[in-house]
Design a protein around this ligand. Structure first.
Ligand SMILES: Cc1cc2nc3c(=O)[nH]c(=O)nc-3n(C[C@H](O)[C@H](O)[C@H](O)COP(=O)(O)OP(=O)(O)OC[C@H]3O[C@@H](n4cnc5c(N)ncnc54)[C@H](O)[C@@H]3O)c2cc1C
Length: 431
């Protein structure tokens, strides 16, 4: 049996690992990018060294001779869903959720209003990233809209001293832009209260540990009795962290301001403000507007209200939930096709969540397919060659890996990310 996996992020690599290790099945893992690892490379914050190092573990899967990395191949463009169906016994779709969500408020289309997805791509060196160096050199106040861990990552990268980021693999042009940043205040804005935020405590706490940065929380936003508003340990710990911040005195020239109960209403970035409706909880704990409208200074806005998946030509797709419809990882309406990861469940859960999901997907696939040997993927290599697609294999990734380490080592650190797609392909091809 031979299986194609579409997307070399955690869910794709965990699927390949289980297929090869547990069932001795040959797997081709395709990715649109010339490099593997998905959001572990282009999502997880560069200063979270231990989480980023998960990629070393993921890379080991490609050392198995049954598993091939087929980078720089976009499904839906270079190869169709029908062609995959024809050449493989089964296909697992694990291509993630890479689009952003919009607020749908006036002023959102201003060039100084951007999505967190795009900002994260920039600082992690994604080949298709927009350069935001100019924007951050012109904004002293930035509003980050959203109360989750991605909002925390973006906030931290915006205010952290560059000296603290120098040891990371952030591309050199991004480090240079961050060193010229005008950002002094980041306003974290959310329509709900601190007890509703989805931060994890470790990430939240880190904000209070950045040298030269104050964190400002309005004591009025914190519930008086934590136990009454939550039975979640994480939320209780988050509230404790924020209660400590309330007691601190502000003395630094950079700061992070939390604006809870502030629902974005419109943006007037020419005037440098985000306009919000002040919210409160009614007697039934429902969020309601108080009628008070406030302005939060911001020349730039980063909206961090979630990622969403997109469909591929030839694949069923649920446009309401933005996932591929499935039952027990089996795609509804397409034969021999399976799904795992964010494109199956939506954009939630940590890296490890995808392992469990991938294992269960592969078990379903094997149980329903049996041990058939019907097709050979070799013909597809010829198809790609005929189309002049420059496929990057695992040896190619190893060349890129070695060059990134060389570049980093020359500056006294472990690695520097290369962001230029053409350069990645040239190195991958050994040119
Ligand atoms: C900003 C951010 C920070 C995060 N930080 C953490 C953290 O600190 N700790 C943690 O545990 N989790 C973190 N996560 C969550 C974690 O990254 C995800 O759970 C995980 O990456 C989802 O895995 P996936 O394989 O489903 O998708 P992805 O990682 O998105 O992988 C999908 C892959 O599919 C490829 N692809 C897309 N379209 C195509 C196509 N048409 N053809 C071929 N290939 C395609 C993409 O290039 C990508 O490589 C973070 C997520 C984000 C967004």
């Amino acid at each position: 049996m031979s299986v194609a996996v579409i997307g070399a992020g955690p869910s794709g690599i965990y699927s390949a690992e289980h297929l090869a290790m547990e069932y001795k099945v040959a797997v081709d893992v395709y990715d649109a990018l010339p490099v593997p690892f998905g959001l572990v490379r282009y999502g997880v914050a560069p200063d979270h060294f231990s989480i980023r190092s998960v990629r070393d573990k993921l890379a080991q899967t490609f050392e198995n001779p049954l598993v091939r990395f087929r980078g720089n191949v976009t499904i839906g463009q270079d190869l169709s869903v029908e062609e995959l169906q024809e050449h493989y016994d089964a296909v697992i779709y694990t291509y993630g959720a890479s689009l952003d969500r919009e607020l749908g408020i006036p002023g959102e289309g201003h060039p100084m209003s951007i999505a967190a997805t795009a900002f994260v791509r920039w600082y992690t060196g994604h080949p298709e990233a927009t350069d935001f160096g100019d924007l951050i050199s012109r904004a002293s106040d930035v509003a980050v809209i959203g109360l989750g861990n991605v909002a925390v990552d973006v906030t931290r990268i915006l205010v952290k001293p560059v000296s603290e980021l120098e040891q990371t693999d952030i591309p050199l042009h991004v480090l240079d832009a961050l060193s010229r940043s005008a950002v002094r205040r980041v306003h974290v804005v959310g329509r709900r209260g601190p007890q509703h935020a989805t931060f994890t405590t470790k990430e939240l706490k880190e904000l209070g540990e950045i040298p030269g940065v104050d964190v400002i929380v309005d004591s009025k936003d914190l519930p008086t009795d934590f136990a009454q508003v939550t039975d979640s340990k994480i939320v209780a710990r988050n509230l404790d962290v924020m209660a400590q911040w309330v007691k601190r005195e502000a003395h630094s020239d950079k700061s992070i301001h939390f604006h809870f109960y502030s629902a974005p209403k419109s943006m007037d970035l020419e005037r440098g403000v985000l306009i919000v409706d002040t919210m409160t909880l009614d007697d039934h704990d429902r969020l309601v507007a108080t009628g008070e409208v406030r302005e939060i200074p911001s020349q730039m806005v980063v909206r961090s209200i979630g990622y969403r998946g997109e469909g591929l030509p030839g694949l069923p797709f649920d446009h309401n939930t933005n996932v591929i419809p499935s039952t027990d990882s089996t795609i509804i309406g397409l034969e021999n096709s399976y799904v795992a990861g964010w494109i199956k469940r939506g954009p939630s859960g940590i890296i490890g969540t995808n392992k469990k999901d991938a294992v269960s997907c592969v078990n379903t696939l094997v149980a329903s397919r049996g041990e058939s040997f019907t097709t050979s993927p070799n013909a597809i290599d010829q198809l790609l060659a005929d189309r002049n697609i420059e496929v990057i294999d695992f040896a190619g990734w190893k060349r890129i890996d070695a060059r990134e380490k060389e570049l980093g080592n020359s500056r006294g650190k472990e690695r520097t990310t290369i962001h230029d797609r053409g350069e990645l392909i040239r190195i991958g091809q050994g040119l």
